[in-house]
Design a protein around this ligand. Structure first.
Ligand code: 3HC
Ligand code: NAI
Length: 706
């Protein structure tokens, strides 16, 4: 017999004495208002129906419940609230069992914790990842979890947001038993029948006693508070989590719930929640580039890499780690040996840290082969070129690839700045050529700009997105221009930083202000890390084409002329005594800056940290808007993801375009117009930004259309 519940996303079916309640709300059974209503109605029905002796909660599809409906955050709340639903489940007078497969995350785990018994099967993932969205578990999770598994384990789970597998969940006490088959319904029903046969009582988590001795629990809270204050770097919700767990120890259950609710609402209202939720959806939206909908990826089983330097080796490691066989081509035997050595160095580093065994390394390296002859690439499905940044050299490489590669092979370049259309046009199969712009170190950095030249075929683009998935990278679709999305925008805010330095701010103050905003490093630290010579070479290359009217700050050139390239040479903008990695300010650099100001006829002035960030961000946002306006980025969110994954932009601010929306576009535009009074050539407002301000719209309004 099937009974219709108030909402069809939750169905009820009487199976003998058991009311089977199924949450069926694709894609992840998120707890939207309909689901909450359905769950409430189901428990009411179970209590009211004498034929029901127990309730079984299961999720349809691949998960139990993926959490609260993240799309509802920031909108007016619709009753019933999730805490009320959880309390109602817990109050049910008949045993309620949650049968967990796939994700039981956030509110999903909270529903399970409100049930009286829990069974999980292999592949289940239990966790309270709210912290990653700037939140805390707000439906009893901070109160029931410590009561069930103790303060220490609860703090670890909630503060990390990590997922526990079924085995670990059992060991922690989050679930009562593991089902041995993959059939969640059968496992759940078997467990309920067993409980009924044993006359198992209603057993409420609010009465569980794992908190144990108060002093020990409070000590765990004190340690967590100290560690969190140190580690959470400006994040709002972690310390609120500690407060909520403390309330679980100090307060009766109902009062604890009240405190949790208050703290949860503070988190919901915080801009960090808005930034982190934006990041969550944006990183999923970027996967849906138009070509991935219209075309099927080509075969992707064998990879070729040309060049075994910094990038070629890193890309090879990324592919090897994904289980793909890699053939590396270098110019001569010595370079090939160096390329192999670069790869081995990565694995040896892991071995030294105890994260890889010699045997595993040997196994990985069997997938690597090297050659100085392009003929070794005849089987490759996709080849990534990572040789010197020189168009003629790259075109010569592509001519070889054109000669040897099989029909249908994807031919990719890792160029940072060069014209990929020109590379494509130089060979007989331009439709197979694409840009795959990895970031250094390529085996670690998550961003992959997929640069789409004019003539490329859609299935090649789809293949690039498939490769990103295999390599566990976050792909962003970009168009061809100097620097694509990321490096193009970077060049502009770097210029803004250079101008501030010449006008009176020290590089150390600028770096500190940018770090205080949330970046892990400031722009001058980044130069020192990457090597000042790289930018210097690019500046020399562009010297001939630079607009002579544009301001050009020469300070970095003065450092490079002295051979001060940063960490690798022991000094750059900072001094690195005896090879240390964290630099100290260098009075000689300050003297050079003074001299350059004098040469340029500039009377230095002071900047507040806030002014520095305003200019830095205005430059970034304005160029980001230009990149969207020109179609180089599909939407503002593509710029956001580029900066979150490739440039250390603080995730809790959502990305530069989200940040601009939060500050307000009229304010950003007013800043640009103010700065333009000093340098109108540099500070030309993006037509898109002007248009949005005139229409009273924001960047978010452009995020729907891919
Ligand atoms: N609410 C709304 N939509 C969600 C969602 C959620 N909780 N979780 C996932 N989705 C959406 C995604 O946006 C995506 O939509 P799209 O197809 O339109 O892009 C779709 O569901 C599928 O998501 P994934 O691509 O991520 O699917 P996977 O199968 O790879 O992963 C998952 C499934 C493990 C559940 C993963 O989606 C996930 O981690 N979700 C978020 C879990 C989470 O953070 N839950 C806590 C929410 S906050 C909370 O519960 C507060 C409470 O304490 C009060
Ligand atoms: P690198 O100088 O470390 O390595 C280049 C390698 O290419 C050398 O090992 C060289 O022997 C090899 N090589 C040169 N000509 C060759 C040829 N004709 N055939 C085979 N091998 C040849 O340079 P790096 O840093 O790895 O850069 C490579 C490419 O990646 C460049 O286009 C660069 O712009 C781009 N890139 C670099 C990033 C970085 O941070 N270093 C980041 C993203 C892209």
């Amino acid at each position: 017999m099937t009974l219709n519940s108030s909402a069809e996303v939750v169905t009820r079916e009487l199976r003998g004495k058991v009311l089977l309640v199924t949450i069926d709300h694709a894609p992840v059974n998120a707890l939207s208002a309909d689901v909450r209503r359905g769950l409430l109605a189901a428990i009411d029905a179970a209590d009211a129906d004498a034929a029901v002796q127990a309730v079984l909660l299961v999720g349809a599809g691949r998960n139990f419940i993926g959490g609260a409906d993240i799309r509802e955050f920031g909108k007016p709340p619709v009753p019933p609230s999730l805490p009320d639903v959880c309390n109602r489940i817990e109050a049910c007078t008949k045993p309620v069992v949650a049968a967990i497969h796939g994700a039981a995350l956030g509110g999903g785990l909270e529903v399970a914790l409100a049930a009286h018994y829990r069974v999980a099967v292999d592949g289940a993932r239990l966790g309270l990842p709210e912290v990653q969205l700037g939140l805390l578990p707000g439906a009893g999770g901070t109160q029931r979890t410590p009561r069930l598994i103790g303060a220490q384990a609860a703090l670890d789970l909630i503060l990390s947001g990590r997922h526990a597998g079924a085995q670990e969940a059992l060991a922690l006490g989050l679930v009562d038993r593991l089902g041995s088959s993959g059939d969640i319904l059968a496992e759940g029903l078997a467990y309920v029948h067993e409980l009924l046969a044993a006359h198992a009582p209603v057993r409420r988590t609010c009465d569980a006693a794992a908190l144990g001795e108060r002093a020990a629990s409070l000590a765990a809270v004190a340690t967590a508070r100290a560690q969190t204050a140190q580690k959470s770097r400006g994040l709002f919700s972690p310390l609120k989590i500690v407060d909520a767990v403390e309330a679980a120890i100090e307060q009766p259950f109902d009062e604890g719930l009240r405190i949790e609710r208050k703290l949860f609402l503070q988190c919901i209202d915080s801009p960090q929640r808005a930034g982190l939720v934006h990041a969550f959806f944006a990183e999923r939206e970027v996967l849906k580039a138009p070509e991935t909908r219209t075309a099927k990826p080509r075969t992707l089983e064998r990879i070729g890499v040309v060049g075994g330097g910094t990038m070629g080796a890193g890309i090879a490691v990324a592919a090897l780690d994904a289980g793909l066989p890699v053939t590396m081509i270098e110019r001569d035997d010595a370079s090939l040996a160096r390329g192999r050595a670069h790869i081995e160095k990565v694995y040896d580093g892991l071995i030294a840290k105890g994260r890889l065994s010699q045997q595993k390394k040997a196994e990985i390296m069997t997938r690597w082969s090297g050659s100085t002859s392009y003929d070794a690439l005849t089987d490759a499905d996709l080849v990534i070129e990572a040789v010197f940044e020189d168009l003629a050299v790259k075109q010569a490489v592509f001519a070889e690839l054109d000669r040897v590669c099989k029909a249908g092979a994807v031919l990719a370049t890792n160029t940072s700045y060069l014209d990929i259309d020109a590379i494509a046009a130089s060979i007989s199969r331009p439709a197979d050529v694409i840009g795959l712009h990895f970031f250094s170190p390529a085996n670690i950095m998550k961003l992959l700009e997929v640069v789409v030249p004019k003539q490329v075929s859609a299935d090649v683009v789809a293949t690039a997105f498939e490769l990103a998935k295999k390599l566990k990278k976050t792909p962003v679709r970009a168009g061809v221009c100097d620097g694509f999305i990321g490096n193009r925008v970077l060049a502009v805010y770097r210029s803004a930083a250079d101008a501030m330095m010449e006008d009176g701010a020290s590089p150390y103050q600028i770096d500190a202000a940018v770090r205080a905003f949330g970046f892990p490093m400031g722009p001058f630290q980044v130069v020192d890390l990457a090597g000042g010579d790289i930018g210097w070479a690019a500046r020399k290359r562009r010297a001939a084409t630079r607009n002579p009217a544009a301001r050009y700050v020469q300070i970095a050139d003065r450092l490079c002329e002295r051979g001060w390239f940063g960490q690798k040479t022991g000094r750059g903008f900072y001094l690195y005594p005896e090879g240390t990695r964290s630099g100290v300010p260098d009075p000689e650099v300050e003297a050079i800056i003074e001299a350059e100001r004098a040469r340029a006829g500039i009377t230095p002035r002071t900047f507040t940290d806030e002014e520095i960030v305003r200019r830095y961000m205005a430059a970034m946002i304005n160029e980001g808007a230009k990149v969207v306006h020109e179609g180089i980025a599909l939407r503002p969110l593509d710029v956001d993801v580029t900066f979150l994954y490739g440039y250390g932009f603080p995730r809790y601010r959502g990305g530069p375009m989200k940040y601009a929306d939060m500050v307000g576009l009229p304010k950003i535009l007013a800043d640009i117009r103010e700065f333009a009074k000093e340098d109108p050539l540099f500070w030309q407002a993006s037509p898109l930004l002007i248009d949005l301000v005139e229409r009273g719209a924001d960047f978010a309004s452009l995020n729907q259309t891919a």
